[in-house]
Design a protein around this ligand. Structure first.
Ligand code: NAD
Length: 432
């Protein structure tokens, strides 16, 4: 497994759990040192047990040395990052191509090279060309096997996916992939074998569709705000339609995270380049970017129009609960704009503060929700961590300068918050 991040580590540990022998390789030696010392570099529920168990029984190992790790390998997964290129938003494939070159040079036997990273259509063919150029004698096939796991539920998603998608041309590679996923086949999980290009497109189509769903309900929430509707009721009515389904219909501050923003962008860039622009996703990106910025104005409106000179407490920084991942979290835009507008910002997140410290500078770090509320002019719920569900709201209210609660995730019940004595503002629901 080349690349030992969220996807590589989870996939590696889960394949080991299936009974395969896995070596997770990374160029980040501090990450590999920590893993070899039993320290899990990311927060992901259940991962620590899974990694320890499989490392102890000898099926899971960690290394920085790709060449020696490749000895005897049947499959080499590329699970490195594909961030947007700052200059043009296209997926940066340099890590993927470097991994491909390294694998080609190290492969000593027939090897299936598997693109697990999310990569634009055409990448697997490019990887094959790179492999052939780097080592004309290498006996390799390249397949696309996109990953659909969600951070926070990664192990459950990996072990029990809705489907496994394998894009492959070669019968030999297809057989190897079927063997690899045999435990899932046995459980009846659909294994969809497609052409390579289709598999690559399926991954982007999935994320773009979900991002569109989120943006759609967010725009309906704004409509509800204007006309007195309740977006939670609208989402329920909409989601009960079997053709639509209830998931990804929760209004909020806009989507973030390590996947939706970069994958929607990469999709529209690829589509535009080949002359098949996907306008609906272009619009989703623009609306979502604006939405994240607009959240600070909502907060200002809740405290009378301006946050200048006020103390604003933030509960939750990560882009969603149960992860420490801060990449493209809406909290970043919100906090920065509050800072720009003259607020003092105090923050707390159960798992994300270490990562947040490398992104946000002008904030005061707190170690609990109650510390955030103490002396605040408003408390803003940004990420719906479980521990924020059942707080001592009397204590929160009494310690605040003024009892203004802005709930950007519709986590709380408006009447309950009103009874608790808050001026309560949420998204797309009548204010208390
Ligand atoms: P990550 O940044 O957490 O991890 C990537 C790792 O690859 C890093 O540890 C980095 O040091 C390592 N790396 C880079 N170049 C390398 C090389 N040449 N050899 C060895 N290691 C190398 O990224 P991630 O979140 O795991 O994402 C990986 C890919 O999977 C991306 O394409 C992403 O879009 C996709 N994906 C991510 C998720 C998710 O929820 N995070 C879900 C599905 C798909």
């Amino acid at each position: 497994m080349i690349g030992t991040g969220y996807v590589g580590l989870v996939s590696g540990a889960c394949f080991a759990e299936f009974g395969h022998e896995v070596i997770c390789v990374d160029i980040d030696s501090s990450k590999i040192d920590r893993l070899n010392a039993g320290i899990i570099p990311i927060y992901e529920p259940g991962l620590e047990d899974l990694v320890h168990r499989n490392a102890q029984n000898g099926r899971l190992a960690f290394s920085t040395d790709l060449t020696s790790s490749m000895k005897g390998c049947d499959l080499a997964f590329i699970a490195v990052g594909t961030p947007p290129r700052p200059e043009d938003g296209h997926a940066d494939l340099s890590y993927v191509y470097q991994a491909a070159r390294d694998i080609a040079m190290a492969a000593e036997q027939y090897t299936v090279i598997v693109d697990k990273s999310t990569v634009p259509v055409g990448t697997a063919r490019e990887v094959m060309a790179i492999v052939r150029e780097a080592n004309p004698n290498a006996d390799c096939d390249v397949v696309s096997n996109p990953e659909f796991l969600r951070e926070g539920a990664a192990i459950q998603d990996f072990m029990h996916p809705d489907r496994v998608v394998i894009g492959a041309d070669s019968e030999r590679a297809k057989r190897a992939m079927r063997d690899l996923y045999a435990p899932m086949l046995d459980k009846g999980i659909p294994i969809l074998i497609t052409g390579i290009e289709s598999a690559e497109i399926i991954k982007y189509a999935t994320n773009a569709f979900l991002a569109t769903k989120v943006t759609f309900i967010n725009e309906l929430a704004d409509l509800c705000d204007k006309v007195g509707g309740n977006v939670d009721q609208v989402a329920r009515g909409l989601g009960l339609d079997d053709r639509i389904g209830p998931k990804f219909l929760r209004a909020g501050p806009g989507y973030g995270g390590s996947c939706f923003p970069k994958d929607t962008l990469a999709l529209v860039k690829t589509a535009a380049t080949v002359g098949a622009p996907i306008r609906i996703v272009e619009s989703v990106i623009a609306r979502n970017d604006q939405r994240k910025k607009d959240m600070a104005d909502r907060i200002a409106a809740a405290v009378g129009g301006s946050v200048s000179g006020l103390t604003i407490g933030i509960l939750g920084l990560t882009f969603k609960p149960d992860t420490d991942d801060m990449r493209d979290s809406p909290a970043i835009d919100i906090v920065r704009k509050l800072n720009e507008n003259g607020a003092s910002v105090v923050v707390y997140d159960p798992e994300g503060m270490e990562q947040a410290k490398s992104i946000l500078s002008d904030v005061t770090w707190k170690s609990s929700s109650y510390d955030v509320a103490d002396g605040a002019d408003a408390v803003v719920l940004v990420t719906e961590w479980n521990e924020f569900k059942e707080l001592d709201f009397d204590r929160i209210r009494d310690s605040m300068k003024q009892p203004v609660l802005v709930d950007l995730r519709n986590l709380y019940h408006p009447e309950r918050m009103q009874q608790a004595g808050f001026q309560y503002y949420s998204i797309g629901r009548p204010n208390s």
